[in-house]
Write a protein that binds this ligand. Structure first.
Ligand code: HEC
Length: 238
């Protein structure tokens, strides 16, 4: 089966599309489930009772798209993650089955009469909670491994780094200019040079003014980067 999957992905790749397919398709049932939840509750709480029909149509369409989303989730996992049994993957598999079941039951009970029943409202709500959990663990898979080292000693610096720098400098690298990684910068030799760098960086790195990161915060950030991000791999001084 993996042979088929890999052949398929090399075909898609040769068409100029190298990324996981699940990541694109997943927005369709996600959006529709959120829509179904909103319309069902608006219909229950307001005089727009007919929105219950809209909610029902949303969950029906979501159910239709869930199948390709799950199939490509599986295929992406075999191809891009070599079928590794990562914890978030296991959780997502269980949640996917739960969501499929919940959406199907909602579809079956769906719209009887002119307004949502308590049971269908509860079902729409459970569907929403399940997709939020699915999205959460999906993000863990994509971004989790790129989170910077956790630090007990420099928690403030860690927070500032995650909020301002990590998106371009995950793992001490540089996503935009890989030849200029954060890790090997001469500007990390002393705090003064570091502050001057973030105040007047070379474009396209954005400028961090004192109102965004104060000198005091820059010091916390500097200590975190020098001691944690630039720590040789595999050493742990927490
Ligand atoms: C939008 C992307 C982006 C963000 C966010 C960003 N940087 Fe950069 N950074 C870059 C780029 C691009 C370069 C390479 C610039 C160049 O060509 O010299 C760079 C270079 C650096 C360098 C190396 C400079 C050198 O050559 O000595 C350091 C150190 C650095 N960034 C620190 C930070 C810190 C600290 C933050 C957060 C406060 C941050 N960066 C946020 C894009 C970013």
């Amino acid at each position: 089966m993996d042979l088929w999957i890999n052949t398929f992905y090399s075909m898609v790749n040769s068409l100029g599309f190298p990324d996981p397919i699940h990541a694109i398709l997943v927005h369709i049932p996600m959006g529709l489930t959120i829509g179904a939840f909103c319309f069902a509750w608006i219909s229950a709480l307001s005089s727009w009772k007919r929105l219950a029909v809209t909610a029902y149509h949303c969950i029906t369409l979501s159910l239709v798209f869930l199948l390709p989303v799950i199939i490509f989730g599986f295929a992406d996992w075999r191809h891009f993650y070599l079928g590794a049994w990562l914890t978030p993957i296991k959780i997502k598999m269980v949640l996917a089955v739960i969501l499929l079941f919940l959406s199907f039951v909602t579809f079956l009970l769906g719209f009887k009469g002119k307004k949502s029943s308590r049971i269908t409202l509860a079902l729409y709500t459970f569907c929403l909670i399940t997709i939020i959990c699915l999205g959460w663990y999906g993000a863990r898979i994509v971004y989790g491994e790129q989170m910077p080292p956790h630090s007990n000693k420099y928690p403030i610096g860690e927070k500032i780094f995650i909020a301002n720098c990590n998106i371009c400098h995950a793992n001490g690298g540089n996503k935009i200019s890989p030849q200029n990684p954060l890790r090997s910068s001469d500007n990390l030799n002393n705090l003064k040079a570091f502050i001057s760098l973030i105040r007047h960086p070379v474009k396209p790195m954005p400028t961090f003014t004192a109102s965004r990161i104060s000198d005091q915060e820059a010091k916390e950030l500097y200590d975190y980067i020098v001691n944690e991000v630039n720590r040789p791999w595999g050493t742990d001084n927490n």
